[in-house]
Design a binder for this molecule. Structure first.
Ligand SMILES: [Zn+2]
Length: 115
């Protein structure tokens, strides 16, 4: 089985290019490779209403509204190059020591992978 590879990695800054959050930028918190989804900070926020509950042991959980980021399609975001500060596409290039670098198609600089 071949694993799909995304050109977006955790820690990247991306720009949302379609959907309700079009134009928003944020940091990638998580990627879900198998589904082609990414979780971007402050993008696609969902609210979850939690009811106060008490268990039989007498524990009481506080209720409230939790907000969390729901995943979005990776095709709806573009990587922002840290060098030219623009949404860009990347190509892959094998470095001399064999590591794969992502290269910005605009400025031809390697895009560092965070984490
Ligand atoms: Zn660039």
């Amino acid at each position: 089985m071949t694993q799909k590879k995304l050109n977006i990695r955790t820690g990247d800054t991306v720009k949302v290019i379609s959907g309700n959050y079009s134009g928003a930028t944020g940091q990638v918190l998580r990627t879900i490779l198998t589904k082609g989804l990414v979780v971007v900070q402050d993008v696609n926020m969902r609210k979850h209403h939690q009811r106060p509950t008490s268990s039989s042991q007498g524990e009481i959980k506080e209720g409230g509204i939790l907000t969390y980021e729901a995943p979005i399609q990776v095709s709806n975001v573009m990587l922002i190059c840290p060098h030219c500060d623009e949404p860009t596409r990347t190509t892959r290039r094998h470095d001399l020591d064999g590591t794969i670098e992502r290269i910005c198609k605009r400025c031809d600089n390697p895009v560092p992978t965070v984490g």
